[in-house]
Ligand binder design. Structure first.
Ligand SMILES: [Zn+2]
Length: 112
């Protein structure tokens, strides 16, 4: 499963960032066109995090709606799927966002 390897990388990066402390919260952004299922990521996370410094962390998933800018009329419009067209009918556009998969932030417990 694609999501499993993604969750593994997230947990690995967060563990490294924690430098021996425990991670409290991991916030990630998933674009709606990234091909990654947020539900599957949320499902895998506790399993993968078990036994790591990320074990007790909350996973905060933010879904990023896809958006594009039309090259004909300049309008910005949502592109929920790959076949979207601008309201003006044009299919020439630049994707602005929606394909991202980012770790937005990693919150680590304060050092004692
Ligand atoms: Zn247009």
């Amino acid at each position: 499963m694609h999501e499993l390897s993604i969750v593994c990388s997230i947990v690995e990066l967060a563990s490294q960032a924690a430098e021996g402390r425990s991670v409290r919260r991991v916030t990630i952004e998933i674009g709606t066109l990234s091909g990654v299922e947020p539900e599957a990521v949320a499902f895998c996370f506790p399993e993968v995090a078990r036994g790591t410094p990320v074990e007790d962390a909350t996973l905060d998933i933010r879904e990023i709606d896809a958006k594009a800018r039309c090259e004909v009329c300049g309008a910005e419009f949502p592109t929920p799927d790959m076949l979207s067209a601008c309201p003006c009918g044009s299919r020439q556009f630049q994707r602005l966002r929606g394909e991202e998969l980012n770790i937005k932030s990693i919150e680590v417990e304060e050092a004692a």
